[in-house]
Each structure stands twice: as structure tokens, then as C-alpha cells.
Design a protein around this ligand. Structure first.
Ligand code: F0G
Length: 466
């Protein structure tokens, strides 16, 4: 027998850690067609038909591909109204990963927010967060309370390369508690990763520090856990002492500093729908369940079918898989690298679920209240059929009193659905984005011609300015 001695080959390409066994065609359109489609949609990409979009990066929420294991669990689900075994499977997974005692399933993240804030927040209260996501802010305000963002200063600077730009400003938190008084702060939230600030992670040290302050003042700490697995991966990569720990161990430690979490299972639950509220307090759980029955459903299914709960119970573990997380975070960084090399200003470093383009820096000729990020996002659709989302003054500019204030940043978020697109899709994306960037001087701003009072970005109609 001949003996073949080969040197092991170190590869630098991080491949998709899956094979594709079911495909969904995407439709190609030309620019003339897209011009008409965008105008028909009131220049609001939310109002486009998905079939008219080539690469859809509107959101990573509920848009991922499920695994064969998830689908098989769904077929074998228990659809009993009360006491379904699928509920108990989800409860076991949530308990195993987060350590929280009570599970309150909901149809998605915002339903968990609704139950939490309606139950614990009221008129005159203040809810601190590193940065509230738009639905979180809307629910805090709907409960009559004030949503206050207190991100560290590096988190507001797109070009800063701080490794944990999602961290909360501890000093500002302490000052807020002193100023407002403990009794007017029903909960402190931490959003991991910080979606509205660039998908940036929160460090374990910061979670610990916030937890210490919260508990010293007897205030509960809740985690907005939508992207908890991506956050755990960043801690593993960037924070001293965590390199040898598994993402599950890291996530478990992070949750151990908190009293509960809200979760959209449409993100790191790897499911197309679902969410939950999980918490330790027996008393609060009882109150929340009363509202859950009213607004979502019986406590052992909440807003989910048995098969959704099966998908989430499996998805939570798949999101913590190291090969998956390595590929996930690398796919985002890969696009970021190509854009940076071509001079396109992006939020640095790239985050966990999306690349964020800094439209304020790219388009200084378009003032914030003419919505530069909206303009660039629409240019990407026109040029290449790509749909991203504006995270800027259309989303955040309208104040509760009806006035307009420019947002901190004007970003175009290109969020990657989980396990959906391949490297060649990303190569195409970077070609289109760079082409749009090279023609940036030709872009003009927008004005809003019709908009609802809350969450206006979803349905507002706009028109381009000359
Ligand atoms: N919290 C964060 C940080 C989110 O990113 C989202 C949703 C929610 C809460 C609400 O969850 O959609 O299940 O009700 N973010 C999606 C996005 C919509 O596109 O970023 P939901």
C-alpha cells in the first residue's frame, strides 16, 4: 500500500455551512421597470411587492431559511390548545439557554414588548436602553412612559472601531436614576446586539456593570435578546476570557445577569414567526400571563402554533452553532470589506446581521430632513433591484409632539436573512452599491407627502425633490 503524505491545507474561505436542497427563484427586472415600480410604491420600498425585488435585505426578521431538522419538528408538532408538548419543548430550550423561569410565548417580539411594558410601565416613567428599537420605543411610549437611549459616545460615531459599540453609557444611566428616581424606572433594557446603532455588540463587562447598577437600585434588567447568539459570538471573538467558551455558555452567562428578556424568534430563533417573554419573577409572570391570554392566546401557545414552537425550540440551538455563527458574521464582514476598499462609508466595524451604510457622510449635499439614507436606499433598488431599509430621520425624526428632529445617524441597513444568500449574491451586491456610490453626486433628497402618526416609515409616501 502506498503511503501518501500531504500537508494539511489552510483555507481562508469560510464556506456556507449547509447544502441547499430547496430553492426559491428570484425575478430579474430592468431599470425602466424598477423606476415605475418604485414610483407606484410611493417611493417607499416597504410598499414594493417582494416579487419585484431581486435581493431582499429589508430585514433579517422572519426571512431566514429553516433547517431540515426544524421542518421535521414542525410536522411532528402537538397542536393541543392547552399543555401542548411543543410548548414544553420550547420551555425546556428557553430555560436551558436563558435560565429564566417563566416562558410566555408570543407571536413575535413586539407582542412580548407590549405585554411587558403595558404591565410594568406607565405615565411619567422612564425606560433606559442602550438604544430602543423602533417597536420597543413605540411600546414604551404607548404605555405612557419615556424611552431614553444611552449609548456610549463611540456608538454614535459610525467610523469609530470600538469593539463593543452597543455598550450602555454607565454614567448616564447612574445620572438618570439619580435625576428621575428609582420609583419612576420600572425596568432597564439592554438590546443585544444594538440593532438601531449598527448591529453592534454589548460586552459582558457592560452587561455586568448595568446589572450591578440596576440591582443596587432594585430595578429589574431585561435583555432585548433578538440577536443574543450573534452578540455571544462577538464576545467570544473580542472580549478577554471568552475565547474558549461556547456561544451557549456565553449567552447563558449574559442572561444570568438579567431578570428577563423579550425575544423575537424571527431573528436568532431562526424561525419565520414567533417570540417570547421570559422572566424570573413569579408575580410579574402572573400579571403578564393575564394580559397574554387577552391579547395573544392561552399561556401554552401564546401567539404561536405548536409547529412554530417546535421550529423555535430547534432554531435557538442552531443559532448558537459555532460553524453557523462564524459564517454568519463573516458574510457581513465580507461585504463590509469590499465596500470599505472602494471608499463607501459604512458603520465600523461591521455588526452581526447587517452592513450599515453611512449616508450622512456619503451625501453631504442632502440635508438630514431630506432623508439622505432614504435616497441612497432607493438608488440601490433602481440600480440593482436591491431592497434595504433606511434607519434615519424618516424612521426616527418624528417626535411624540409631532415636530421633526434629525436622527443621530442616517443609515441604510442591508440586513442579511439567515442562511439565504450565497457569496455570489454578496459579490453582486457590492458591485451595485459601489456603482451607486460612484454616482452619489447625482442623487437628490426626498419629501414626505403622506404619513401616519406612528411608525411612519412602514407606510409613508414620499417623492423625490429636484
Ligand atoms: N427588538 C429588536 C432589537 C428588533 O430588531 C426587533 C425587530 C424587535 C425588537 C421586534 O421584534 O419584529 O418580532 O416584533 N426588528 C426587525 C428588523 C423588524 O427589521 O430589525 P418583532
Amino acid at each position: 500500500m502506498s503511503k501518501v503524505e500531504l500537508d494539511e491545507c489552510a483555507t481562508k474561505t469560510i464556506i456556507e455551512p449547509f447544502r441547499i436542497r430547496s430553492v426559491e427563484p428570484i425575478r430579474f427586472t430592468d431599470m425602466g421597470e424598477r423606476r415605475q415600480l418604485l414610483s407606484d410604491a410611493g417611493y417607499n420600498p416597504f410598499l414594493l411587492k417582494a416579487g419585484d425585488v431581486l435581493i431582499d435585505l429589508l430585514t433579517d426578521s422572519g426571512t431566514g431559511a429553516m433547517s431540515a431538522d426544524q421542518w421535521s419538528g414542525m410536522v411532528a408538532s402537538d397542536e393541543s390548545y392547552a399543555g401542548s408538548s411543543s410548548y414544553y419543548r420550547l420551555e425546556e430550550a428557553v430555560h436551558d439557554i436563558t435560565g429564566f423561569k417563566h416562558l410566555i410565548p408570543t407571536h413575535q417580539g413586539r407582542a412580548a414588548e407590549n405585554i411587558l411594558f403595558t404591565t410594568i410601565a406607565g405615565e411619567g416613567d422612564v425606560v433606559p436602553n442602550n438604544t430602543h428599537f423602533d417597536t420597543t420605543r413605540a411600546h414604551v411610549e404607548h404605555a405612557g412612559a419615556e424611552a431614553r437611549d444611552m449609548i456610549i459616545k463611540e456608538g454614535k460615531k459610525p467610523s469609530s472601531r470600538h469593539p463593543f459599540k452597543g455598550n450602555m453609557d454607565i454614567e448616564q444611566l447612574e445620572q438618570t436614576i439619580d435625576e428621575v428616581g428609582r420609583e419612576r424606572i420600572p425596568v432597564i433594557m439592554l438590546t443585544v446586539t444594538n440593532n438601531s446603532g449598527g448591529g453592534q455588540p454589548v460586552s459582558m463587562a457592560n452587561v455586568k456593570a448595568v446589572s450591578e447598577i440596576a440591582h443596587r437600585h432594585d430595578i429589574p434588567l431585561f435583555i432585548d435578546a433578538c440577536r443574543f447568539a450573534e452578540n455571544a459570538w462577538f464576545i467570544k471573538q473580542r472580549e478577554e476570557g471568552y475565547a474558549d467558551k461556547s456561544p451557549k455558555e456565553i449567552a447563558g452567562e449574559l442572561f444570568s445577569y438579567a431578570d428577563g428578556c423579550t425575544m423575537s424568534a424571527k431573528k436568532d430563533g431562526m424561525a419565520n414567526i414567533g417570540g417570547f417573554l421570559a422572566l424570573n419573577s413569579d408575580e410579574l409572570a402572573k400579571e403578564c400571563r393575564n394580559l397574554e391570554i387577552l391579547t395573544e392566546g392561552f399561556p401554552t401557545y401564546g401567539g404561536m402554533a405548536g409547529y412554530d414552537m417546535e421550529a423555535v425550540a430547534r432554531g435557538l440551538y442552531e443559532a448558537l452553532n459555532e460553524d453557523y455563527l462564524r459564517y454568519r458574521v463573516r458574510s457581513i464582514a465580507y461585504l463590509g470589506d469590499q465596500l470599505r476598499n472602494a471608499g463607501v462609508p459604512i458603520v465600523e466595524p461591521t455588526g452581526g446581521h447587517a452592513v450599515y451604510i453611512d449616508a450622512k457622510k456619503m451625501l453631504p449635499h442632502i440635508p438630514p430632513l431630506q432623508y439622505p439614507a432614504w435616497a441612497f436606499n432607493n438608488a440601490l433598488y433602481l440600480l440593482g433591484g436591491i431592497r434595504g431599509v433606511e434607519i434615519g430621520s424618516v424612521m426616527f425624526g418624528r417626535q411624540p409632539d409631532g415636530s421633526e428632529k434629525p436622527a443621530n445617524m442616517e443609515l441604510v441597513r442591508l440586513a442579511f436573512p439567515r442562511r439565504v444568500y450565497t457569496q455570489s449574491h454578496v459579490d453582486y451586491l457590492s458591485e451595485i452599491i459601489i456603482a451607486a456610490y460612484q454616482q452619489r453626486d447625482k442623487l437628490s433628497g426626498y419629501e414626505i407627502v403622506d404619513s401616519p402618526e406612528v411608525l411612519r416609515h412602514f407606510s409613508a409616501e414620499l417623492q423625490p425633490l429636484d
